[in-house]
Design a protein around this ligand. Sequence first.
Ligand code: NAD
Length: 499
Amino acid sequence: MQELTHYIDGERVKGTSGRFAEVFNPATGEVQARVPLASVEEMDRAVQVAAAAQPSWAAVNPQRRARVFMKMVALLNRDMDKLSEALSREHGKTLPDAAGDIQRGLEVVEFCIGAPHLLKGEFTDGAGPGIDMYSMRQALGVTAGITPFNFPAMIPMWMFAPAIVCGNAFILKPSERAPSVPMMLAELMEEAGLPKGILQVVNGDKAAVDAILDHPTIQAVGFVGSTPIAQYIYGRGASNGKRVQAFGGAKNHMIIMPDADLDQAADALVGAGYGAAGERCMAISVAVPVGEETADRLIEKLVPRIEKLKVGPYTSGKDVDYGPVVTAAAKANILKLVESGVEQGAELVVDGRNFSLQGYENGFFVGPHLFDRVTPEMDIYRKEIFGPVLSTVRAASYEEALGLAMSHEYGNGTAIYTRDGDAARDFAARVNVGMIGINVPIPVPLAYHTFGGWKKSAFGDLNQHGPDSIRFYTRTKTVTSRWPSGIKEGSAFNFKMME
Ligand code: NAD
């Protein structure tokens, strides 16, 4: 069995803690590798390497730093197929979806090519008599990121690209369930010209995460994963004086108004609900048709579409709509929640519980499920299922539908399907959710905008990528300067006013 490594100081380094986690091929259920779980000492070594390498990287002028990212774009495109295959093998998602995962990360790498423009400071000429005032954005030093299994390429790139282009060193602690692609990305960054020690990958579990949160040299931590862990990371990191942005789980509602194009809405729901087996933080997991007639017609259109879904391994190529979920434990959790939905009185309109794929009986495949007449007290409504399960909650009015999205504890994304501009505008203005789609089911903002949810979907105040990421990975220093010829008076004992 393959033994994976860390990536420290420009080399693949074997784990020394003696602890490992199994990495599965979710399509077959086989263990394909084991990944080392770092100790506090191993994390500390990476931090020391990063701290030694970072000052000279920060001293490289911004345009030269950006050129590494220009080269990285070319390398990602060169290796797209290889990266997609490695990603699908550990995660289970289809090859086109894996390429999309890489592509959405690559777009943030492209965004970083323009970072010198965003790193410029501010300047006031003549802020007072003979006085100039300027501010600069400086790198923080050593930064770190902890990423989830569901986007093994995109989310690491969303973090390390802005951190590094700003002049920081970055230590990535990827998900132990999909660790290979992050390692390949670190090697590609060095091939693109990044000095050793600026991007390192330290694999691990809670012990490695806590070592990051408690390390006095690490200045900022980015996290993406489930809400309880996001809240924990935010609390522990912030109490240790670090900057933390921590993004959590989701329960994204799609509101379908009576005037919506229902074929369009049904197609969108099926793609957004079942794509990547529902393992996306921007998946739609709740459909909210407004009015009984809309609901009946929508269900009628959804059922045949869902029954036609092709579930299979990524090796079947383009013939597959979605693949397995990530682990046997994830599968068991999804099926347990489906049972709870049935027990608590929801109507299981499409039942995927007995799904089995010939030749892949040990794979972690879950058939598609559709629930109707779900109510807000049910577990399938309150909890993030993170599987191919769509719940329908019927609302009597637009206000009731809006109220559902507003009252849910998560606030990552939401969408409205309607032809009514007034309703769409009202929805976008009032709903307390971070990312809104108007006739767009998965409104993931592009790289030059920012990504982030509200409520329990995010902790911290700056979003990922876009201009916020440059603010997160730099700090402002403001200089007030006056040359001797500008000093006209002796000592001053009051607070000077600019006249
Ligand atoms: P997870 O919370 O289990 O793991 C995320 C990371 O935290 C991993 O690197 C893991 O090793 C680490 N971790 C796990 N348990 C820990 C603990 N007890 N202490 C310290 N660290 C720990 O999440 P996951 O299952 O990998 O990913 C799925 C979750 O991520 C879903 O909830 C999904 O909604 C969320 N997600 C959110 C976004 C977003 O932008 N809001 C994006 C993608 C995924």
